[in-house]
Design a protein around this ligand. Structure first.
Ligand code: ATP
Ligand code: MG
Length: 238
């Protein structure tokens, strides 16, 4: 496994992308020596609770957030699909593009990882990519081995060994990430409160310019469920 081929995949609803997401990707990038981080907004099919911002706006915000980072990319892979975004299908596409499990690192916050047993293709998905699990304020990685004892044997807290492991691992990364959520940003925007410092300045400008999280604007879906939390974990659920 050469560092040049280590690819981080950071999935999420990104409604909107915020500084916590950037901290999450940066922590994994630095700890694991990733060559690239691919930020991949999920496609939410029509029958699921929908994000407030359209897929187009969510992608635009991700592209703006990665604009200053040469090794990061926004990917429309899942948004181009008609069906739901299951992580296992996305990982399979990377395999079809020539990457093997040892080169892929699915980056995820500790809160989301605690639901992994509900994901499509669990537990086999753990053999298709490494996982880089990063702490989130209020949700550390320290308790994960006791919360998921069946996975403890493949969890690692140290740096990445240059020796290729015989199967993908779960890297636990304890790192400070901003205490922010997309839900809080949507709420603050709707109330007219400032979101400065919570998102990249370019993302803030995009949100304000298009009034994404305020009522009566063209960037919002017409059939939205007001105050519905984004279906963030669609990523894995069957
Ligand atoms: P929402 O409030 O809409 O659920 P969110 O802020 O949780 O949004 P998501 O798009 O649901 O963001 O999350 C995408 C990924 O980013 C998940 O793996 C989640 O655990 C992680 N994540 C989100 N915010 C943080 C944060 N502040 N620190 C670390 N990880 C985070
Ligand atoms: Mg979430």
């Amino acid at each position: 496994m050469t560092a040049g081929r280590r690819i981080g995949i950071l999935g999420g609803t990104f409604d909107p992308i915020h500084t916590g997401h950037v901290d999450l990707g940066t922590a994994a990038e630095q700890r694991l020596g990733l060559a690239r981080v691919i930020v991949l907004p999920s496609h939410i099919p029509p029958h699921r609770p929908q994000p407030l911002a359209s897929s187009f706006h969510r992608f635009a915000m991700v592209a703006l957030a990665v604009a200053g980072r040469g090794s990061w990319q926004a990917s429309d892979l899942e948004l181009r699909l008609d069906g739901p975004s299951y992580t296992t299908d996305t990982i399979r596409r990377f395999h079809e593009d020539g990457y093997d499990a040892a080169e892929l690192f699915f980056i995820i916050g500790a809160d989301a990882f605690t639901e992994i047993a509900t994901w499509k293709d669990y537990p086999n998905i753990l053999d298709r990519t490494h996982f880089a699990v990063v702490s989130r304020p209020g949700c550390g990685v320290g308790e994960l081995p006791t919360r998921a004892p069946e996975l403890a044997a493949r969890m690692r807290t140290g740096p990445l060994d240059e020796m290729a492991p015989d199967r993908p691992l779960i890297f636990l990364i304890d790192a400070p990430t901003a205490q922010v959520s997309s839900t809080a940003i949507r709420r603050r925007s709707a109330e007219g409160a400032s979101i400065a410092g919570l998102v990249d300045p370019r993302v803030q400008q995009h949100i304000e310019q298009h009034g994404l999280y305020t009522s009566m604007n063209p960037g919002r879906r017409v059939d939205e469920h007001v105050d519905t939390p984004a279906a963030g974990r669609l990523h894995g659920q069957s």
